[in-house]
Design a protein around this ligand. Structure first.
Ligand code: NAD
Length: 360
């Protein structure tokens, strides 16, 4: 069987070091290293084609007889219904990461293509990045860093926008795996935490995590910081529209490591340019890779990164292992772990996506 994997390009030097013993190792997630899958796939008598082409080129040349397509959110292929039409043998799409919104889930269900992702593979990685970006904004780190690099010593200019996080109100939107880990990481900062999710946690979990539930529109005006951890679905697309952005407290910050399209692109730029919002950070863009003239690259008071939070070296090892396990199950004709399944048997199985698609 032919398996096609579309992965991000390797840097010039793809060697790195093991975080525990400093031994040299390879960057697993980039194309040349193919998630460490080449020998495993070939050893079982199958073919693995790896490309960095996200559309056209080698991807298109191999779609016609591909049975499995591996993609990643960090270098996404937008797998539309039309692309699936050109892949009549496609049975399985695996996401090396979490958040399968780059694939048309309804089309995959119609065509009986299974979709599975690497659930839980980068919870800590994203939670750490979110906390880092919250602190980056609240402490006004970016201008302070630039001041040093540029030879300056403008204490007052930096201090006038630099706060303590302690005693502030943080709102978390989406309280799944990453939302909960972010709450755990934030708790020692002595913040007040509110959260909104379509599913309310039980009282014990709320108590343990130090959270209070609130409706999204009640929560927004109360928050000094909002951190977004919900999937991109037809319901969450533009959830943070102009009205909600301008409902936030003046000077408040938003961190979004979930998906770029959850926040209205142009309304955000307006809110930052008018000084209504104090800052915005995250690592997800609509679309990716972000074009060089994407306005979020140049808007005021941002601390954006490319989509890297969920692909730390440790996360890569976990999602590469997850993809290998999914493939092994598929080769053996066994079921893939239930909690990885997004679409199966002609149905959207993941509840977050299922209800949102039904509502749309
Ligand atoms: P999860 O499924 O464990 O949690 C998602 C939570 O969002 C669930 O509790 C769900 O009920 C909630 N939700 C669904 N629809 C909602 C809505 N309309 N409003 C509010 N909450 C809603 O997933 P997770 O592992 O916590 O990941 C969350 C999202 O983060 C992913 O879907 C993905 O888009 C994104 N993510 C980004 C990176 C990255 O590298 N930046 C990595 C992993 C995941």
């Amino acid at each position: 069987m032919k398996i096609v994997a579309v992965l991000y390009p390797c840097p010039e030097d793809p060697t790195t070091v093991d975080s525990r013993d400093g031994a040299p190792q390879q960057l697993l997630g980039c194309a040349d290293n193919a998630l460490g899958l080449q020998d495993f796939v070939e050893g079982q008598g199958h073919e693995l084609v790896v490309t960095t082409d996200r559309e056209g080129g080698e991807l298109e040349e191999n779609l016609g007889d591909a049975e499995v397509l591996i993609t990643t959110p960090f270098w996404p292929v937008y797998v539309t219904r039309e692309m699936m039409d050109r892949a009549p043998n496609l049975k399985l799409m695996l996401l090396a990461g979490v958040g399968s919104d780059n694939m048309d889930l309804a089309a995959a269900a119609d065509k009986n293509i299974t979709i599975a992702e690497q659930t839980g593979s980068n919870i800590t990685s994203v939670a750490e990045h979110s906390v880092m970006q919250i602190l980056t904004l609240v402490r006004n780190y970016m201008p302070a860093y630039k001041d040093v690099v540029n030879g300056g010593w403008n204490i007052g200019e930096i201090a006038r926008r630099s706060h303590d996080l302690e005693d502030k109100t943080v709102g978390l939107v989406g309280m799944g795996r990453i939302g909960q880990k972010t709450a755990m990481r934030l708790r020692p900062f002595d913040v007040r935490m509110l959260y909104y999710d379509v599913t309310k946690l039980n009282t014990i979990d709320e108590y343990t995590l130090g959270l209070r539930y609130a409706d999204i529109d009640d929560m927004i005006p109360l928050c000094d910081v909002i951190s977004i951890h919900a999937p991109l679905t037809p319901v969450t697309r533009s959830l943070f529209n102009r009205e909600r952005l301008f409902d936030m407290k003046r000077g408040a910050h938003i961190v979004n490591t979930a998906r770029g399209a959850i926040v209205d692109r142009d309304a955000l730029v307006e809110a930052l340019e008018e000084g209504h919002l104090g800052g915005y950070a995250g690592d997800v863009w609509d679309s990716q890779p972000a074009p060089s003239d994407h306005p979020w690259r140049t808007m005021p008071n941002h601390a954006m990164t490319p989509h890297v939070s969920g692909t730390s070296l440790e996360a890569q090892a976990r999602y590469a292992e997850g993809v290998r396990r999914c493939l092994q199950a598929y080769f053996n004709g066994e079921p893939i772990d239930r909690d990885r399944i997004i679409v199966e048997g002609g149905e959207i199985m993941s509840l977050s996506y299922k209800y949102a698609y039904e509502e749309a």
